[in-house]
Design a protein. Structure first.
Length: 281
């Protein structure tokens, strides 16, 4: 069911936030300080640029790559085509959280170490700051959805000013950097699995539980099919039919970190020290 197409050593343990996929290629952080674009077909390097240490976030959106390393405390916007810089801006050390919208990049708010900042996506110019602690924000309904950990409400911030335009009463979990919000469409979003719109019947689809009992490292639906693939932390890939029947299982790593869709029949697996592409048959 799973066929290894290629594998590349990263010389470090990856994090799910370090990996992005677009145009059939893979973007990943490796060798402690490098950001690389790899050909999805064979793993060849398309470009390799210095970034900084251990990214807190790598976001690929259209033609832009927005990346925030732990050090230096700068936000970088690079070209997806060739890795050349569009702009960079000092956002302070121990920044965290990055969300990219059509016009504005939101950064900061992680544990309250640095304020939320709204930067122009085209130039990196600082547009506004707002002092607050938030879980990982999300782009929803034309604004940034934020919420204080262990809080009782969520807010929608205007992208151009940072001012709240809408509020909801909902439980916000005490998550550090993991997503707690799931945007379904322009009108429906979930916070910790609960719909913001009380009249919404939308719910999160169920995900098969790994047979091993290990924690889930990632799950995805193959494009154009109803087939689900799951990856547990112990490195087991499992293939599931729509009715929950397990179609196949194989261990591909000792410690797994993340899973991405690369194409209709290909997936990316990030594991301790490596990144690999598998064909799904």
């Amino acid at each position: 069911m799973f066929e290894l197409r290629w594998e590349r050593p990263l010389h470090q343990r990856p994090a799910a936030a370090d990996i992005a996929v677009s145009d059939g290629d893979v973007l990943v952080h490796e060798r402690s300080t490098r950001l690389v674009r790899l050909s999805g077909s064979d793993g060849a390097v398309r470009w390799d640029v210095p970034l900084g240490t251990w990214p807190r976030a790598v976001v690929l959106d259209g033609s832009d790559v927005v990346a925030l390393p732990q050090q230096p405390g700068r936000l970088f916007c690079l070209s997806w085509a060739d890795g050349l810089p569009h702009w960079t801006n000092d956002v302070g050390w121990l920044s965290g959280h990055v969300v990219v919208s059509p016009e504005v990049v939101l950064v900061g708010g992680w544990r309250g170490y640095t304020p939320l900042r709204g930067l122009s996506r085209s130039t990196g110019e600082l547009l506004w700051t707002r002092s607050r602690v938030t879980v990982l924000p999300a782009w929803f309904a034309g604004g940034f959805l934020v919420g204080e950990p262990r809080g009782a409400g969520a807010e929608l911030l205007h992208p151009g000013t940072g001012e709240p335009t809408r509020t909801w009463r909902t439980h916000v979990p005490n998550a550090d950097a993991e997503p707690v919000s799931e945007v379904i469409d322009e009108s429906h979003a979930l916070v910790s699995g609960q719909p913001l719109n009380s009249g919404s019947r939308r719910t999160r689809p169920s995900v098969p539980r790994p047979t091993s009992g290990e924690r889930l490292a990632g799950s995805l639906a193959l494009p154009g099919t109803e087939i689900t693939v799951t990856l547990d932390r112990a490195g087991h890939l499992e293939h599931w039919s729509p009715d929950g029947t397990r179609l196949g299982r194989v261990r591909v790593a000792r410690r797994a970190e993340g899973l991405r869709v690369l194409g209709p029949d290909r997936i990316v697996v990030a594991a301790k020290g490596t990144i690999a592409v598998y064909g799904v048959g």
